[in-house]
Ligand binder design. Structure first.
Ligand SMILES: NC(=O)c1ccc[n+]([C@@H]2O[C@H](COP(=O)([O-])OP(=O)(O)OC[C@H]3O[C@@H](n4cnc5c(N)ncnc54)[C@H](O)[C@@H]3O)[C@@H](O)[C@H]2O)c1
Length: 343
C-alpha cells in the first residue's frame, strides 16, 4: 500500500533538509508548518532541488481540526499517513527561560494535540526531534542514551517531557512506536547552497554567527569563556552536518516501520570540536577572516559535550560521514549566496 509521511515543521532548518532526503528516497511527504520561524520560499527551493512538487499546508500543530483534515485527506488520496516526523517546536534556550509558558505550550501541548490526532487517525509511528540538551551537566562523556536526564532550562525540559509522554503513549497501545532522536549540534547547509539556516534576528548558535561575521553582517564574533578545561580553553561541541542529520530521519522511519516501542538515539559524530577549532577551520576552508573577542563564560554553558553515536550506527545503520571542513564549506556556500537568508 502507498503511504505518506507527515512532517511537522518541515519548512524549518532541519525539516527542509530532511524533506529533501525523503523526496530523494521516494517517500510521499506532507508538510505542516505555521511559518513562525520559516517561510514558504524554503519549500519552493526544496521543490526546485528535488525536481518534484511538495505537498504542504500552512497551520499550527495545536489546531486539532487541521490535523484531522490532513490525516483524512491523505487517506482519501489513497496514501494514508504511516509515520509522523515531528520537528515543529521552538528552540531558543534563552527565549525559553524568558517565556517558559510559550515553550511548554508550543512544544509540549502541541505534541499532545498531535498525538491525539494520530490516535484518532490510527497513526502509530512518530519520529521526534529531541536534543542532547536533555542530558544536562555531563556525569560522564561521551553521553550515551542511558546517561541520566537533567535538562537545565525550560527548552530542554520540554524535550525531556515529550520523550516521557511518548514512552507512556507507547506503553498504552499495541504497535505504537516513538523514535526519539537526540541531536547534537547540526550546522552547515545543503551543498548546493540553495537551502540553509536562516535565523531571524541575532543568531542563538555559534555557526550562523560565524557565517554572518564572515559575510559582513556582524562586526565580530563573541566567544564566551577561554578558560574551560578543554583543548584550547573554549567550549567543545559535537557538530554534525545537517544533511547527515537529515539522512538519520530516513533511517529512523525505516527503523520505526520494523521495530515497535520507544527508543532514543544520539545523532552526532562522536567527535568534539572547540569554538576556536571551528573558527580556524572555517577561515582555512573559505579564506574569510572571522574577527573575534573573548568575553566571560555565560552561566549555564557546558565546557564540553559530545555523543556516543554507536547505538545509531548499529541499530539505525546510520553514520555521520561529512567532515567539519564540509560543514564550513557548505554553510558558507549558503550564507554567501543568501546573505539575508530567504528574504
Ligand atoms: N537546530 C538545532 O541545533 C537543534 C538541536 C536539537 C534539537 N532541535 C530540534 O529540532 C527541531 C527542528 O529544529 P530547527 O533547527 O529546524 O528549527 P526551525 O525553527 O528552523 O524549525 C522548526 C519549524 O517548526 C515550525 N513550527 C514551530 N512551532 C510550530 C507549530 N506550533 N505549528 C506548526 N509549525 C511550527 C517553525 O515555523 C519552523 O519552520 C526543533 O524541534 C528543535 O527543537 C534543533
Amino acid at each position: 500500500m502507498t503511504t505518506s509521511i507527515l512532517i511537522t515543521g518541515g519548512a524549518g532548518y532541519i525539516g527542509s533538509h530532511t524533506l529533501l532526503e525523503f523526496l530523494a528516497a521516494g517517500y510521499r511527504p506532507i508538510v505542516v508548518d505555521n511559518f513562525g520561524n520559516s517561510s514558504p520560499e524554503v519549500l519552493r527551493r526544496v521543490e526546485k532541488l528535488a525536481g518534484a512538487p511538495v505537498r504542504w499546508h500552512e497551520g499550527d500543530i495545536r489546531d486539532a481540526q487541521l490535523l484531522d483534515s490532513l490525516f483524512e485527506q491523505a487517506r482519501r488520496d489513497g496514501a494514508p499517513v504511516d509515520c509522523v516526523v515531528h520537528f515543529a517546536g521552538l528552540k531558543a534556550v534563552g527565549d525559553s527561560v524568558a517565556e517558559p509558558l510559550e515553550y511548554y505550550d508550543n512544544n509540549v501541548h502541541g505534541s499532545i494535540v498531535l498525538l491525539k490526532a494520530m490516535d484518532r487517525a490510527q497513526v502509530k509511528r512518530i519520529v521526534f526531534s529531541s536534543s542532547a540538551t536533555v542530558y544536562g551537566e555531563p556525569v560522564s562523556l561521551p553521553y550515551t542514551e542511558s546517561h541520566r536526564l537533567a535538562p537545565a532550562n525550560p527548552y530542554g525540559q520540554t524535550k525531556a517531557m515529550v520523550e516521557t509522554i511518548l514512552a507512556d503513549w507507547c506503553q498504552a497501545g499495541a504497535g505504537r512506536t516513538a523514535v526519539n532522536l537526540r541531536y547534537f549540534n547540526p550546522i552547515g547547509a545543503h551543498p548546493s547552497g540553495t537551502i540553509g539556516e536562516a535565523p531571524r534576528g541575532r543568531p542563538n548558535n555559534l555557526f550562523p554567527y560565524i557565517t554572518q561575521v564572515a559575510v559582513g553582517k556582524r562586526e565580530k564574533l563573541s566567544i564566551f569563556g577561554r578558560d574551560y578545561p578543554t583543548v584550547d580553553g573554549t567550549g567543545v561541541r559535537d557538530y554534525l552536518h545537517v544533511s547527515d542529520l537529515a539522512v538519520g530521519h530516513v533511517k529512523a522511519v525505516e527503523y520505526a516501520q520494523a521495530t515497535p516501542g520507544w527508543v532514543a538515539f544520539n545523532l552526532g559524530t562522536g567527535r568534539g570540536t572547540s569554538v576556536l577549532e571551528l573558527v580556524h577551520t572555517f577561515e582555512a576552508v573559505t579564506g574569510k577572516k572571522v574577527p573575534y573577542e573573548f568575553l566571560d563564560r555565560r552561566p549555564g554553558d557546558l565546557a564540553g559535550m559530545w555523543a556516543d553515536p554507536s547505538a545509531a550506527n548499529e541499530k539505525l545503520g546510520w553514520r555521520a560521514t561529512r567532515t567539519v571542513e564540509d560543514m564550513c564549506r557548505d554553510g558558507w556556500c549558503w550564507q554567501s549566496g543568501n546573505p539575508d537568508g530567504y528574504v
